[in-house]
Design a protein around this ligand. Structure first.
Ligand code: IPD
Ligand code: CA
Length: 262
């Protein structure tokens, strides 16, 4: 046990979840643009302010990096990486597949994390060495042993308009190799669903540490594998990730990236 993170993280996520639920009930969730397709709402900002304030109260000696507010790891042994709304585009359109993600990292390694999706009523928690849970029940990755039977999920990052060919190749390889291909719009939940054995393999490039830090820990704690696209150890800040059930992981990496340079 690393230290009692899960209790504090769960408490903060529940509070932040009330704001996310309130936002989802509004008729109109107006937004501004970070660029032509990357949106931010007042709810992202409000939730991140709450996360920062509450994490500073409970863990005053930790740094905090947030998707909206920035921040730095400099000078801190441990640091929180938070995403106030993962799935902001879903949220803006009222598609309830969105969540709040908090991870605690030491160096490049996530050591604790929580993801809360209030509209799905799912709270995922993990600490290194303690396993991963959803609503208090242990979760584990699937046991499917062939890509033919697997459900593959991917995402299209905000660099997608410059990476169209590459993304289409990944989707095309997915269509040829798996039972099904999904794109949900929340990387954090994609990883939670891999950890829960619902999705079998997930891969995305152009992703950020706040999208994946908690989810990557869940997958590992649920018995899965995470890596860079060349199979090397995951660098949370390396802007890419593959995650999945260990029985298909190697085959899935190869099939999904066929014809592409990694
Ligand atoms: C995005 C979502 C999406 C993924 C993008 C992320 P945001 O995060 O996780 O699924 O494909 O790469 O940036 O902007 O909704 O917090
Ligand atoms: Ca995100």
């Amino acid at each position: 046990m690393i230290g009692d993170y899960s209790g504090g993280i769960a408490e903060i996520l529940r509070e932040a979840g009330e704001l996310l639920s309130e936002g989802l009930k509004q008729d109109n969730r107006s937004f501004t643009r970070k660029n032509s397709i990357d949106l931010v709402t007042c709810w992202d900002t409000k939730i991140e302010q709450l996360l920062t304030r509450r994490l500073e109260e409970l863990f005053p000696d930790h740094g905090i990096i947030g998707e909206e507010g920035g921040g730095s790891r400099e000078g801190f042994r441990r640091c929180f990486i938070v995403d106030p709304i993962d799935g902001t585009t879903n949220f803006v359109h009222g598609f309830p597949f969105c969540c709040i993600s908090i991870a605690c990292v030491e160096g490049n390694a996530p050591i604790a994390g929580g993801v809360y999706a209030p509209a799905l009523d799912k709270l995922f928690l993990a600490e290194t060495g303690s396993g991963a849970t959803c609503n208090g029940e242990p979760v584990s990755v699937s046991g499917i042993s062939s890509c033919d039977e697997a459900l593959f999920v991917t995402g299209f990052s905000y660099e997608r308009r410059h990476q169209k060919e590459r993304l289409l190749q990944i989707v095309g390889n997915g269509i040829s190799s798996y039972q099904g291909v999904r794109r949900t719009g929340s990387a954090a939940l994609d990883l939670c669903y891999v950890a829960s054995g619902i999705f079998d393999f997930y891969l995305e490039t152009g992703i950020h540490a706040w999208d994946i830090a908690a989810g990557a820990l869940f997958v590992e704690e649920a018995g899965g594998r995470v890596s860079m696209l060349d199979g090397s150890p995951l660098d949370l800040f390396g802007r890419q990730i593959a995650a999945g059930n260990p029985a298909i992981f190697k085959e899935a990496l190869k099939k999904t990236l066929e014809g592409l340079a990694v």
